[in-house]
Unconditional design. Structure first.
Length: 127
């Protein structure tokens, strides 16, 4: 649920290359239901109402080029939360926040890390 679902859909297209699959208009011209594809995931959304207020969320997207999509999201109006960096768990990831309060972690998997190695890395960071 977002306020300004039509603008949110436009943002998703600009920031993440989303494909709009479905948009059902409501009686007041609002978006009663919409579906967009971001990568290989489908997001469902609608305009918020008094009975169903906005509900910001956190998303973790795996993409081919985390740095490129991070920059694209910033150009589309998102705010940086964390620049892309290599993380101990095997992802290169950064984060942005959109104008609706949603956080988007944008990641590229760069290394398979065994459970044993992951545990070792966590312990090393805690020192």
């Amino acid at each position: 649920m977002v306020r300004g679902a039509a603008r949110f859909i436009d943002f998703l297209k600009d920031a993440f290359g989303a494909e709009e699959l479905l948009r059902m208009p409501g009686p007041q011209g609002n978006v009663m239901h919409a579906e967009v594809r971001v990568g290989d995931s489908i997001l469902m959304l609608s305009d918020a109402t008094d009975e169903r207020p906005p509900t910001p969320a956190m998303f973790y997207l795996y993409v081919e080029d985390a740095d490129g999509l991070y920059r694209r999201a910033l150009q589309a109006g998102a705010t940086s939360l964390a620049e892309p960096t290599d993380h101990f768990y095997g992802d290169r990831a950064g984060a942005v926040q959109d104008a609706w309060g949603n956080q988007w972690w944008i990641a590229t998997h760069i290394e398979d890390v065994s459970p044993e190695e992951l545990e070792r890395r966590v312990r090393a960071q805690q020192r």
